[in-house]
Design a protein around this ligand. Structure first.
Ligand code: TRP
Length: 350
């Protein structure tokens, strides 16, 4: 697959890490997570979800966090939390996260994780928090009238998410790199001040290029431009039918010049596991209608088994909730052990 990304140091480092993963997967503990703010979509699937399952299947110990406290960074109230948490659980199980090997848990059920926030906050300056470009961008798009303290400090909470289980590898998109830098800073400073407790985790950048939404802007849970993993075949067809294309009949893959058309080509290519240029060439003079037919068929075929499994699990919500309960139990044991080490290292009276 061709990607048009420039090769940054983070991308180069990720290639090294991939080689180490193949050789010695047991050396790694992965922590990743999602905010329960809505249904996971195809952008998540090809961007990160798919990769989590791949890492799990390589034999890496994978922790998946449902970041329920983090929902409150850019809104005053976390709405429909239970529904969104259950939706995430269904999505994880449907794509192949295996609760026998991976640990799925949520912030609010793991008190010792959250307690790490206090010492961690003492390790970063207000100026450092204010410089975070991802936070700045989120403030610019926030739906709150006032910026809360959590907006500035959640990247430190994210450090607790990663470090409580001594995660040393974090699969992320570019936007999360500043947060990972804060995690590394927290780990390094903690170790310098109190003795060696934490690893300095690495980012693992996804090789998958960015999918746009059906309006040819960034695909997002909240923009109404995404195709949910749990959408059915008819809804998928309707959403793709309404997608933004352009007036040129001949279909090509040119992400810069033709973002809408190219993102659809890319989506088909990802589903078919083929090169996007080859897919575009095959559609050729089929125009937008031919393109949309190809994309709809490709998405529905690729997603059919996932959707079938999702529907099956939805019949047994008792089991699904039990997966989270068991994951929380494991996460609590891990978090309590780490907190104990932290208190000891800091010389706290017990
Ligand atoms: N900030 C991430 C997001 O918005 C979610 C998240 C919370 C996360 N804690 C994390 C991701 C720790 C990686 C590691 O998608």
């Amino acid at each position: 697959m061709t990607t048009d990304l420039p090769v940054s140091p983070a991308v180069r480092r990720s290639a090294e890490l991939e080689a180490q993963l193949a050789g010695d997967p047991g050396r790694f503990r992965v922590l990743t997570g999602d905010r329960p703010t809505g249904a996971l979509h195809l952008g998540h699937y090809f961007g990160t979800l798919h990769n989590r399952v791949r890492l799990q299947d390589l034999g890496v110990d994978v922790f998946v966090l449902i970041a329920d406290y983090q929902v409150l960074t850019d809104r005053d109230v976390a709405e429909r939390l239970t529904e969104h948490v259950e939706g995430l659980l269904l999505d994880y199980l449907a794509i192949g996260i295996d609760p026998a090997r991976a640990t799925v848990f949520n912030h609010s059920a793991v008190p010792a994780l959250n307690q790490l926030l206090l010492p961690f906050l003492s390790l970063v300056s207000v100026a450092e928090l204010g410089r975070n470009p991802t936070v700045k961008d989120e403030i610019a798009h926030s739906r709150q009238s006032a910026v809360s303290g959590l907006m500035y400090t959640y990247p430190v909470h994210q450090a607790a998410d990663i470090l409580f289980c001594k995660g040393n590898l974090v699969p992320v998109g570019q936007d999360q790199l500043p947060h990972l830098e804060i995690t590394r800073t927290v780990a390094r400073r903690f170790n310098e001040r109190y003795g060696n407790v934490f690893p300095e985790p690495d980012a693992l950048l996804s090789a998958a290029p960015l999918l746009l939404g059906t309006d040819a802007t960034k695909m997002s849970k909240s923009r109404g431009n995404s195709i949910a993993l749990g959408a059915d075949a008819d809804e998928t067809a309707r959403l793709i039918k309404g997608a933004t294309t352009d007036a040129e009949r001949h279909i090509t893959y040119e992400p810069e010049r033709r973002p809408g058309v190219s993102s659809l080509v890319l989506l088909a290519a990802l589903c078919l596991d083929r090169d996007p240029h080859a897919v575009a060439e095959e559609i050729g003079n089929g125009g937008a209608a031919g393109l949309k037919r190809t994309v709809t068929e490709a998405v529905n075929a690729a997603m059919a088994p996932i959707r079938a499994r999702r529907a099956e699990y939805a019949q047994d919500m008792g089991y699904v909730r039990g997966v989270l309960r068991a994951g929380n139990e494991r996460a609590n044991a891990v978090a309590e052990a780490t907190l104990m080490e932290v208190r000891e290292a800091m010389g706290m009276f017990r």
